[in-house]
Design a protein around this ligand. Structure first.
Ligand SMILES: [Zn+2]
Ligand SMILES: [Zn+2]
Ligand SMILES: [Zn+2]
Length: 304
C-alpha cells in the first residue's frame, strides 16, 4: 500500500510506493510481460493467446483501491512498434478504451482525477518497451490540473479555448490540424518540442466527444508521434498526457487536450531539469517555440 504525505513547503502530496522498487525492469524480448500468453510459452500478464487492447491493474501500483487506481493499457499484442505505428483503427479503438476507463474510474468516489498517459523511451524512465500506456486514478486533485483550473479563473473562461483561439490567430506555432483538433507548440512551451493537441470544440472529456471527434483525435495524436520520429530520424522519447475534467464530487469543468513533453532539444541533447527549473520552478529554453514548430510541422508533413 502506498503512503501519502503532504509536503507543507510545496503545498502538495508526495506518494511513497516503495514496493515499486521490485518492478520488472527492461526484461529481455522473450520475457516481455505485456505479450500474449502463447501456447507452451511463459505466462504473461495477459492470459490469452492473442488480443487487441488489454487493460489490467498495475502489479506495482502507485495507487490502489480504496485510495485510487493504477492501470496498464497495452495497445497491441505486437511487441515491436509504437503508438505512432499502430493501425489507425487500433488507435481509434484506443480512444474508446480511454473513454471507458475515464468513465469507470471517474465514477468511483475515491478518485478525483483520472490521468491517462504514456511514457515513451528510456530517457523518460520506460521499463518495458512493448507499446503501452498507463492510467492513474488520483485520490486528490494533483497540482497541474489544479493550476489549469486557476488559469480558467485568470482568463475569465475556459483557458484551453482562449489559448487555442490565440494560437489559431497567430498561426506560427500550429503544427497539425484536422476537423476536430488543433495541435500546436504553445506560445510559452517549457520543452523545445512540446505540443498540445486540443479539441476545437469545448469538450470537458472523452465522454463528451462524438465518434468522429475521437477518430480525429486518434489521427492527430498519431501524426504528432510519427512526426516526432521523423524529426531527427530516431525514436523520439516523450511523455504524453491526457488532460480532462476532474472527477471530483463537485462538478468540475475542463477541456480535453493532450500534452506531449519530449525531453530532446536536438537529435542527441536532452533537456535536464536543473538549477532554475528545480530550484525556482522557472524553465529556461534555448529555442523559440516558433522555430521548433516550423521544424516539427515539416517533419509531420514528411511522415504523413
Ligand atoms: Zn512485448
Ligand atoms: Zn474549452
Ligand atoms: Zn493541460
Amino acid at each position: 500500500m502506498s503512503e501519502l504525505r503532504f509536503n507543507e513547503l510545496r503545498g502538495e502530496e508526495v506518494v511513497y510506493a516503495i514496493h515499486r522498487q521490485e518492478r520488472t525492469f527492461l526484461p529481455s524480448r522473450e520475457h516481455c510481460p505485456l505479450d500474449a500468453t502463447r501456447p507452451g510459452g511463459p505466462q504473461t500478464e495477459i492470459p490469452f493467446p492473442s488480443f487487441e487492447i488489454a487493460v489490467f491493474d498495475n502489479r506495482f501500483p502507485a495507487f490502489e483501491s480504496p485510495l485510487g487506481a493504477a492501470e496498464v493499457v497495452v495497445y497491441t499484442d505486437q511487441h515491436d512498434g509504437s503508438f505512432g505505428s499502430l493501425e489507425p483503427q487500433r488507435a481509434e479503438a484506443l480512444m474508446w478504451v480511454w473513454r471507458h476507463r475515464y468513465m469507470e474510474l471517474g465514477a468511483r468516489e475515491d478518485i478525483d482525477y483520472v490521468m491517462i498517459f504514456e511514457n515513451r523511451g528510456v530517457e523518460v524512465g520506460v521499463t518495458l518497451h512493448h507499446p503501452h500506456g498507463q492510467i492513474y486514478g488520483y485520490p486528490f486533485l494533483p497540482p497541474i490540473p489544479a493550476l489549469e483550473q486557476e488559469a480558467d479563473l485568470r482568463l475569465g473562461g475556459c483557458a484551453p479555448c482562449t489559448l487555442m483561439k490565440r494560437e489559431l490567430e497567430d498561426a506560427r506555432r500550429i503544427v497539425h490540424q484536422n476537423e476536430s483538433v488543433v495541435a500546436y507548440v504553445p506560445y510559452a512551451a517549457r520543452w523545445a518540442f512540446e505540443v498540445h493537441v486540443v479539441m476545437s470544440e469545448h469538450r470537458p472529456s472523452l465522454l463528451a466527444c462524438q465518434a468522429a471527434e475521437l477518430r480525429d483525435l486518434a489521427q492527430a495524436l498519431q501524426a504528432i508521434a510519427r512526426g516526432y520520429d521523423a524529426l531527427f530520424d530516431r525514436p523520439f522519447p516523450y511523455v504524453m498526457v491526457v488532460h480532462q475534467a476532474p472527477t471530483t464530487a463537485a462538478a468540475a469543468d475542463g477541456h480535453l487536450h493532450v500534452e506531449f513533453y519530449p525531453p530532446l532539444r536536438t537529435a542527441d541533447k536532452l533537456k535536464y531539469l536543473a538549477g532554475s527549473e528545480q530550484g525556482a520552478g522557472t524553465f529556461i529554453s534555448d529555442t523559440l517555440p516558433e522555430e521548433s514548430a516550423g521544424m516539427l510541422r515539416e517533419a509531420i508533413a514528411r511522415a504523413a
